[in-house]
Design a protein around this ligand. Structure first.
Ligand code: PHE
Length: 357
């Protein structure tokens, strides 16, 4: 019995893992283990022998069992210690500069212009990139036969066979949010809506997906003069200069009357784009006084309320401000480009701190 005890306690002490322990348990105190076999021999013994050997065997079994339990706990502790030693992370270390992400110039420009319009009392609304025909066109005084539908190079969504409702569209401008904002907020109202829009067009200054910020201000006494002031203030703040030359050109949109397109003075010398100088003009926005039919479509009485609206190309603004000559590169996801033109995520634009510093 002493031999058995020495043998199994020794094996338990040497066991390296739980599987080894289980094998020892089966060999020693399992149903067909050595201790069980010895117990079976009790039957052949005299009652006197049985009285001493029986309790001794039981004590041996208990001793082996407790050694197994103790060793199992010790192995688990050791495994945990080993994990704690190898799996650690110093959360006080600085982030690794080579893995730092950056803000895309479009995101940066959107945050900057949102900060400016917020100062001017505009709230922010978000529309949906997939729109109904009604919000994208009809409600904006662009009926089915209107040439503006064709001019916009619209992407139409697929309708199931036999469903003859007008198809949904990828919104061609942010103007649908004018109607939705009027429906939600009523008048008076000052709101901007920045977001992505889609048109089938592709060259140095056009991509099939681009970004606009819509602006809408409605009240009882808003005029074209207010529009002009707001746009000039905006452009000066955005480009962080005292004066920027803007050109208001009479234009036509079905949803504004009168309408004006606004260009900004710039130069394109040797492929370098600069603002505020040179003999070129870059169109950055469309605007005008909101058409009474559009105000009515938004559920507001056009005999009481009037106002202005504008739609600015955010990508164009970013090109001009950061001197980026080709719009297509914005959406190529080229890491070298993103590292060069990206902005630190920790510099939140605010007017008091200098917008883009
Ligand atoms: N929605 C017009 C466009 O995308 C821009 C615009 C908006 C014009 C608001 C006037 C008023 O071209």
């Amino acid at each position: 019995m002493d031999d058995l005890k020495a043998k199994y306690l020794g094996q338990i002490a040497d066991a390296q893992d739980e599987d080894a322990l289980e094998a020892i348990r089966l060999a020693a105190v399992g149903k067909k283990g050595e201790v069980a076999l010895k117990m079976r021999e009790l039957g052949k013994m005299t009652p006197e022998e049985r009285q001493t050997v029986g309790p001794a065997l039981n004590a041996l079994k208990d001793e082996i069992n407790s050694a197994l339990v103790a060793k199992k706990a010790a192995l688990a502790d050791a495994a945990l210690d080993e994990r704690l030693r190898t799996e650690w992370l110093d959360v006080t270390l600085p982030t690794r500069p080579q893995r730092q992400g950056s803000l895309h110039p479009i995101s940066q420009a959107s945050e900057e212009l949102t900060a400016i319009f917020a100062e001017l009392g505009f709230s922010v609304a978000e529309g949906s990139r997939i729109e109904t025909d009604w919000y994208n066109f009809d409600a904006l005084n662009i009926p089915g036969h209107h040439p503006a539908r064709a001019e916009m190079d619209t992407f139409y969504m697929h309708r199931a066979e036999g469903d003859d409702r007008p198809p949904h569209v990828l919104r061609t401008h942010t103007s649908p949010v004018q109607i939705q904002s009027m429906e939600k907020m009523g008048a008076p109202l000052r709101v901007i809506c920045p977001g992505g829009v889609y048109r089938a067009d592709y060259d140095q200054t056009h991509t099939p997906m681009f970004h606009q910020v819509e602006g809408l201000a409605l009240d009882k006494d808003i005029s074209m003069a207010n529009l002009k002031w707001v746009l000039e203030e905006f452009v000066k703040s955005f480009f962080e200069v005292d004066d920027v030359e803007l050109r208001f050109r009479a234009s036509h949109f079905p949803f504004t009357e009168p309408s004006a397109e606004v260009d900004i003075r710039c130069s394109w010398d040797n492929g370098q784009l600069k603002i505020g100088e040179g003999d070129d003009w870059m169109e950055i926005l469309g605007s005008g006084m909101v058409h009474p039919k559009v105000i009515a479509a938004g559920g507001i009485d056009p005999d009481v309320y009037q106002g202005f609206a504008f739609g600015i190309g955010i990508d164009r603004l970013a090109m001009l401000k950061y001197g980026i000559p080709d719009l297509r590169a914005f959406f190529d996801s080229d890491l070298r480009w993103l590292r060069h033109y990206g902005f630190s995520c920790l510099d939140v634009p605010a007017l008091h701190g200098g917008l883009s510093r």
